[in-house]
Design a protein around this ligand. Sequence first.
Ligand code: BTN
Length: 250
Amino acid sequence: MDQFLGGTLTPLRREIVRLGVVTSTQAIAFEMAEQGAADGTVVVADTQTAGRGRRGRMWHDAPGDNLLISIVIRPRLNVADLPKLSLAAAVAVAEAIAFATGLQARLKWPNDVLVNGRKLAGILLESRIVAEPVVVVGIGVNLRQRTFPAELAETATSVDLEGGRTVECEELLEAVLVAFERWRRALEREGFAALRARWLSLADTIGRAVTVGEHAGVAVDLAEDGALVLRQEAGLQRVVAGEMTASFPR
Ligand code: BTN
């Protein structure tokens, strides 16, 4: 694993809570955080009955065939910078997939992980600010799942379907956690520059004609605040949130 981290590993001390059937690992991670769970606590489940996706969608899984995790973060970041943790997670997941399966993973803004233009992993960042901010980063990776609901049939994929090296959940979990720890610490200690450069090097989005909400243009950059920068006839347009679609087939 040193290979993709470019350094010596020190064992990370973290609690990993392994569960069978849950509603959502996100819900459990927030409950645990409320009860004082330490920074870096991880919840892993075999299957979810109410898995949460971005923008209020459901996240489907095939029991036992997906990596489903939530990580409790007690961030050392300004509130405005918290969304960058989802970019850190996206980079970490792409690196871990490449390392563990040999597949070339790419990133679709802000944090979908694609292989051959189809979504293989999704990331959901949720935060609650009571006395101190708590962030839960949820990650779902399709490993052995071979069929998807009809509405996802054209856009979703898995390690198996893409012909990646077979990887056990535990192995991929470890790779994701190590890579995420590295990018999270880089963001907290050194700022966004290295993470931004790495995200751009993995981006599938840059150079494409895209639509995000009411904004259309060619994606040209990732701004200092994590916004996507579009080039339009009238000039540059920053987009901070929304669902992105490429305006031509992949
Ligand atoms: C997306 O819509 O792309 C984000 C999907 C995030 C799914 C993961 S699976 C583990 C964790 N628990 C959830 O309920 N959601 C996230």
